[in-house]
Write a protein that binds this ligand. Structure first.
Ligand SMILES: CC(=O)N[C@H]1[C@@H](O[C@@H]2[C@H](O)[C@H](O)[C@@H](O)[C@H](O)[C@H]2O)O[C@H](CO)[C@@H](O)[C@@H]1O
Ligand SMILES: [Zn+2]
Length: 323
């Protein structure tokens, strides 16, 4: 890619729907502000359940056509968020959805959970060296909630960040590049508790409770003590785009106002604010950052490398605009 925008954000997710659920408002915000937002999704979500009865035939144990269908849902979600750069890791269908932890699908040789991490990371190195993101977002080591594809997406993303910066690694995939900041998705416990309190209020006041059941607080991926959250970009103005993107994933998600449910039909809060934990790179200042790009160089980059050609350290996002 040549003439890249000044600010570039890369997100690495396991299935179509994760990006909208976890980061939809963040993606919409930065896309609206003119940043390049690149999404890499590691599987097509072939093993998902199907909410609309009329689409039940798509399921893996029937027509096994859910992966192709979810590709279309993802394209619709990207439109709602204003995101134009989306890729599947290694190309569409390279890695298959592994199913929930412990499912027989975990044993399929083509599933993502059985992927060689370095091989999968190499696909991502090519994207990193092309897009040269200052910021990368992915899951924590548990993948947020222990799903094998989420855990693997974390491992592949973190490994790719290391390899992309190695001056001796696969120079055929582009100049070495060091991502300036890496964040893991998270949600502060106080925000989750407040969200569920609102859900309980809706039930207690006799308002139509949108869903037959309510999820447990710990069903929410990435709940952390408030003090572990290091960044909260101002995403609330983009919650409508997030909700629309989540609705686009109609086989997986039902949205009702400030709440949503997955195929388990258990209501949970739809968060307008999205939260992150900086795990690599320097924060842009004391206290919680309100911008993921705080503290990084965000000058426009031509197609030249900011790397130094192998004298030990790669160029970093902090040096953007140096060329
Ligand atoms: C949000 C997410 O990661 N969804 C995954 C997950 O789907 C869940 C799974 O089907 C579970 O059995 C249901 O109870 C739950 O409601 C679903 O969200 O796992 C799927 C299979 O790997 C995956 O396709 C889906 O994207
Ligand atoms: Zn997922």
């Amino acid at each position: 890619m040549t003439d890249l925008p000044g600010r570039r954000l890369l997100l690495v997710h396991a299935h179509p729907d994760d990006e909208s659920i976890n980061n939809g408002a963040t993606m919409a915000k930065y896309a609206a502000e003119g940043a390049l937002v690149t999404l890499v999704t590691c599987t097509l979500g072939e093993e998902g359940e199907v909410i609309p009865p009329g689409l039940a035939h798509l399921a893996a144990d029937r027509d096994d056509a859910l992966g192709g269908h979810r590709t279309g849902e993802l394209a619709a979600a990207m439109k709602e968020l204003g995101v134009t750069d989306h890729r599947f890791l290694g190309g569409a269908g390279r890695y298959r959805d592994s199913g929930m932890m412990g499912a027989p699908q975990n044993e399929r040789p083509e599933c993502f959970w059985r992927a060689d991490v370095d091989e999968a990371a190499t696909y991502l190195v090519e994207v990193i060296r092309e897009v040269r993101p200052q910021v990368l977002v992915t899951y924590d080591p548990d993948g947020g909630y222990g799903h094998p594809d989420h855990i693997q997406a974390h491992r592949v993303a973190m490994r790719a960040v290391e390899l992309a910066a190695e001056t001796a690694f696969r120079r055929d995939l582009g100049d070495p590049y060091e991502v300036a900041k890496v964040y893991w998705n998270c949600v502060p416990r106080s925000v989750v508790e407040h969200g569920f309190a609102r859900l309980e209020e809706a039930a207690a006041t006799g308002a139509a409770v949108p869903f037959p059941g309510v999820a447990a607080l710990d069903d929410v991926p990435g709940v952390v003590p408030d003090e572990e959250v290091t960044a909260a970009p101002r995403t609330a103005p983009y919650v409508a785009a997030k909700a629309a993107a989540m609705r686009a994933h109609a086989t997986q998600v039902v949205v009702d106002g400030h709440f949503f449910a997955l195929s388990n039909a258990l209501g949970q809060p739809l968060f307008a604010e999205e939260f992150y934990k900086l795990v690599r790179g320097r924060a842009g200042g004391p206290g919680r950052e309100d911008d993921l790009f705080a503290g990084v160089g965000t000058g426009a980059v031509g197609d030249g490398s900011v790397g130094n050609g192998g004298t030990g350290t790669a160029g970093t996002g902090a040096e953007e605009g140096a060329c």
